[in-house]
Design a binder for this molecule. Structure first.
Ligand SMILES: *Cc1c(COP(=O)(O)O)cnc(C)c1O
Length: 564
């Protein structure tokens, strides 16, 4: 399997090249030359497999045998998921129906798929545990064949985080041979759990840098370092951001796994003609894009609900066909801070991949195949031309509009809903306090990101046309509530107007952090930490850049001779 850029300039890359490069040199994202389609019998034969076996099968379809042989691939995948706290990796839980509508069977069939049982309690672990092991594997192989007297080849991973990505990257790369990882975070602007999680990792190859400034300042420093050619080449810079192809591929596995998990719970789908849909809290579109690949491989998912917070560029796109950055009344671009910070984005970086498929003529399934391989290739190039043009309009003019047919193909599979902070908090409250109402059933503690997805699922079901076909809705749960305790405790402990305290038979004792957080997160507060602080003379980016590059030089410069 080979890879090409969505913007058309580079094609024919190996999986390894696509993974190490991350972003293509033309600014595009890597996609496979084709998507392998499985027949229904093959898909069903995976139903009894373990999570790592399913994931290995998926990776196998997208990675050539001579790049990673079977036994090595199975080992990489098995080790990646062995760090999760349950052999199911992503367990499926049933939600109670806590809406006021008790006569809609679809609301009785809501599930959450818990993607947060990895080392950092957020869904990014699914992808970054695999990515760390892939890096290690490819580096080991590069080094096996080097002359005995030469230095080992190593890489320097450089990234910026607003919270979750940095932690997952650090836990995915800690202790990996020939990899050093530098993660920049805005000092004092990430949650204390996230800060403690990253800075308490003391492995010698992990380097946290707290930058005076905002997340955007950190991001700018990282981008400027990647554009600094001599610096990038000397330190063999590598990125792990959400556009990395290996991350998308790793995430495809939980769609297959959860589809089979629901099937097991409710019996065969064939007789009932059941439908399965997913509600996915979305920021950079990586999580839900993985589901799109699952569908294109043949998994019969009915549709995806794209759940956004008030940073709703994707929701607006599906309403209007226009993809446009949000501006303040004075014309400045603006990200709104919400209760679900991991989804506070201005543009959604992975969306470019979906649009490439839509413009090429694919929707739920692949569009008509061209008569010859050359004609197929011409079709791909034409799609890339549109993407390059639109991405330029996004940069220059702040947005672009797609033709009606492109939007229509998107709507074959996707619908969207934008959830406010108020509704998010309300949902956290309702699913917790349900246990005290007249229908006692187990409560569920939602993290704010998951709550955005659950609200979207409820709303789309409530406002849709009820059907007689059984519909199962799987809401992806992207973080443990213990990672975002302020929002969760606030929502649970504040009594909302429609939930009078008198509902509680025994009175209500406010919930504490220890009640909602895994013990490993509670224990973080007491651990020793290591972090380098970088001041920027009041946010001067050039000063910040120089100082960060100096830290990298001081820390790992001896491993990379300056003449290379
Ligand atoms: C990253 C993240 C998301 C958004 O995922 P995308 O792939 O960017 O759509 C949602 N929730 C949490 C907790 C996250 O860390």
């Amino acid at each position: 399997m080979k890879y090409r850029s969505t913007r058309g300039k580079s094609t024919g890359l190996s999986f390894e090249e696509a993974v190490f490069e991350g972003l293509a040199t033309d600014g595009g994202l890597y996609i496979p030359h084709s998507i392998p389609e499985l027949n229904p019998a093959e898909i069903q034969s995976w139903a009894t497999l373990s999570y790592p076996e399913i994931a290995t099968n998926i990776f196998r379809k997208f990675i050539a045998q001579d790049e990673i042989p079977d036994a090595h691939l199975a080992d990489i995948v098995a080790r990646s998921f062995a760090t999760f706290s349950t052999p199911e990796v992503t367990p499926l839980e049933k939600l109670p129906n806590v809406t006021t509508e008790q006569n809609n069977p679809a609301l009785d069939n809501l599930f959450v798929l818990e993607l947060f049982h990895g080392p950092t309690f957020a869904f990014k672990d699914v992808a970054l545990q695999v990515l760390g092991n892939l890096f290690e594997y490819f580096l080991q192989r590069k080094n096996q064949n080097r002359p005995a007297d030469s230095e080992a080849y190593g890489i320097t991973v450089l990234g910026a985080t607003s919270g979750d990505t940095g932690g997952a990257a650090i836990y995915g790369l800690r202790g990996k041979k020939n990899v050093d990882v530098f993660i920049l975070h805005p000092k004092g602007r990430i949650s204390s759990v996230q800060e403690q999680q990253m800075t308490s990792v003391l492995d010698p190859n992990v380097h946290n840098i707290a930058v005076e400034g905002t997340f955007d300042d950190c991001q700018d420093i990282v981008k400027a370092s990647f554009s600094d050619d001599p610096f990038r080449r000397r330190f063999h810079l590598a990125a792990v951001n959400s556009i990395n192809w290996a991350r998308i591929l790793a995430q495809t596995s939980y769609y297959f796994y959860s589809y089979f998990a629901v099937q097991k719970r409710v019996g065969s789908f064939e007789k009932s003609g059941a439908r399965v849909q997913y509600s996915v809290p979305t920021g950079n579109f990586g999580d839900v894009l993985a589901g799109y690949y699952a569908v294109r491989m043949g998994l019969p998912i009915d549709r995806f609900i794209i759940a956004t917070n008030e940073n709703d560029i994707l929701h607006r796109f599906f309403q209007t066909g226009r993809y446009e950055k949000k501006k303040t009344p004075t014309g400045d671009e603006q990200v709104k801070m919400t209760l679900s910070p991991a989804m506070d984005i201005l543009v959604s970086s992975n969306f470019e991949r979906l649009v490439w498929y839509l413009v090429r003529g694919d929707g739920r399934s692949s569009g008509p195949t061209a008569a010859t391989p050359d004609a197929e290739d011409a079709k791909a190039r034409k799609a890339s031309e549109s993407i390059a043009l639109w991405m330029n309009q996004l940069k220059e003019k702040g947005g672009f509009t797609v033709p009606d047919d492109v939007l229509a193909r998107g709507k074959e599979l996707f619908t969207s809903f934008c959830t406010s902070d108020k509704l998010t908090a309300d949902a956290i409250h309702r699913y917790y306090h349900h246990q005290f109402t007249s229908y006692p059933s187990p409560h569920y503690v939602l993290d704010p990101h998951t709550a955005v997805g659950v609200v979207a699922a409820e709303q789309v079901i409530l406002t849709g046309t009820p059907t007689t076909t059984p519909t199962y809705t799987i809401c992806l749960s992207t973080a443990s509530p213990g990672k975002f305790p302020d929002a969760v405790l606030d929502a649970i402990n504040n009594v909302l107007p429609h939930q009078p305290q008198s509902n509680h038979p025994t009175g209500f004792k406010p919930v504490t952090y220890a009640d909602i957080a895994p013990s490993q997160l509670v224990a973080l507060a007491g651990l020793p930490k290591r972090v380098v602080e970088v001041s920027t003379d009041g946010g001067d980016k050039h000063v910040g850049l120089k100082k960060v590059q100096h830290v990298v030089e001081q820390t790992v410069g001896f491993k990379f001779s300056s003449s290379k």
